[in-house]
Ligand binder design. Structure first.
Ligand code: FEO
Length: 410
């Protein structure tokens, strides 16, 4: 078991000086993190001086500076500060670090334009770098690799070519605080991969094309990389290519012959129809996942539905509109560009305010292709209405088969 209250060695000259956050309930105040999250900051010993790579949330300043000082001694020995990404979970300590050192801040050109919107850093301390530029600092060579829109416009990665450590910031990160170990071979890898997938679809997933471009850009450099060091979660040293492969798979998911049903039921009527629909889908050989939007947070629904070839939304009307938990799911699918043209079924039930059309429009806005028939139930589903579940199961199975066939020929 590692002691995460102290600096940890990544390689001979590279140290982890990050923190664990187990206090926050939701990351970005939106995404539940029941197992916490880490903010990984690093410092590199570069001969006579040091290089600080990213920082942590401001709330954890004391812990960060205590670890940093333990490695560096006098902070004036820091010769360069690298800012890979401006979001405050990584730069809440930047202003103080700039104040307490005389080191220039290496940052992308777009980052240099944006930085003063977030932090008071004197302009004459900025050292904008260009894509692919190499800086020699002490006995280290750093290469800066721009990764625009992964997931902000200014993001970059830094490759310490001398030590073979790739600092990737948000990319390849994961929810789940560090506990058992710092590296992939010390920690429960499956747990981190599960939370890395949820982190990916929640935080980075909208930028699937940028993810694929990033992986393509990195692959030729990977022969010299011994450790992939993200800013959240475990570091990868036993297989540095694993986070690239996984991100590629999550960005361009291999669809499965599976339907995820996202539903909400106020008095159990929708659940009766749900049971019938599940039977109908399963009898056609489809794998079925059913997730109650009132119980399961959207962040998990995104992750669960990532590889499903089809999705079905089922809900009663609420004030002649879509009930809030279901709307949150649909809206998140829309914001994250998550429908990706996949087929979606829509089942609504109502007492006095039918909304099938509104519901279908929202599902379409969320990036899906709506499958006929749009099923509308009159509150308590009657036997003839339950029969409509068979019809929907049949058309969804056909739509899924079409998607699977086009995936095979793609
Ligand atoms: Fe972990 Fe985009 O900040």
């Amino acid at each position: 078991m590692r002691d995460f209250t102290r600096p940890l060695r990544v390689t001979d000259d590279v140290y982890w000086v990050g923190v664990n956050d187990r206090r926050k309930v939701r990351f970005e105040n939106m995404w539940p993190i029941p197992e916490g999250i880490s903010y990984n900051a690093y410092v590199i010993e570069a001969g006579a001086g040091f290089i600080a790579v990213d920082g942590v949330e401001e709330e954890y300043s004391d812990e960060y500076f205590s670890k940093l000082t333990e490695v560096v001694g006098d902070l004036s020995r820091i010769r360069l500060i690298v800012v890979n990404h401006l979001e405050p979970d990584h730069q809440g300590t930047l202003e103080e670090l700039v104040r307490r050192t005389r080191a220039p801040v290496a940052i992308s050109g777009i980052g240099a334009k944006m930085i003063n919107d977030f932090y008071d850093v004197p302009r004459d301390r900025l050292r904008p770098v260009s894509d692919g530029e190499v800086l020699e600092v002490g006995n280290k060579r750093l290469r800066f690799i721009f990764m625009p829109w992964l997931h902000w416009p200014e993001t970059m990665m830094t490759l310490d070519e001398t030590d073979g450590v790739l600092f990737t910031c948000d990319a390849f990160g994961s929810y789940r605080a560090l506990g058992e170990g710092l590296f992939d071979d010390e920690a429960p890898l499956d747990e981190y991969i599960r939370e890395a997938k949820r982190y990916y679809v929640n935080i980075v997933g909208k930028y699937a094309k940028n993810t694929l471009d990033a992986v393509r850009k990195l692959r030729p450099l990977m022969s010299s990389v011994k450790v992939v060091a993200p800013a959240h979660g475990i570091l990868y040293r036993s297989n540095p290519l694993l986070p690239l492969d996984l991100s590629e798979e999550w960005a361009l998911p291999r669809l499965e012959r599976e339907v995820t049903i996202v539903y909400i039921s106020m008095y159990g009527h929708t659940v009766k129809a749900l049971e019938r629909l599940k039977e109908g889908l399963r009898s056609r050989g489809l794998n079925v996942k059913a997730l109650d939007a009132a119980e399961v947070h959207t962040s998990y629904i995104l992750s669960e539905a990532n590889n499903s070839a089809g999705v079905i939304f089922m809900f009663p009307t609420y004030d002649a509109s879509i009930p809030m938990p279901l709307f949150e799911v649909l809206y998140t699918f829309q914001v994250k560009l998550f429908g990706r043209g996949r087929p979606a079924g829509v089942v609504t039930s109502y007492g006095w305010g039918p909304i099938a059309k509104i519901a279908a429009e929202q599902v379409q806005r969320s990036g899906f292709k709506v499958v006929e028939p749009l099923v509308t139930l009159r509150t308590r589903p009657r036997p003839e209405e339950l029969e409509k579940m068979e019809e929907l199961a049949s058309s969804m199975a056909k739509a899924v088969d079409e998607v699977m066939a086009s995936q095979r020929t793609a």
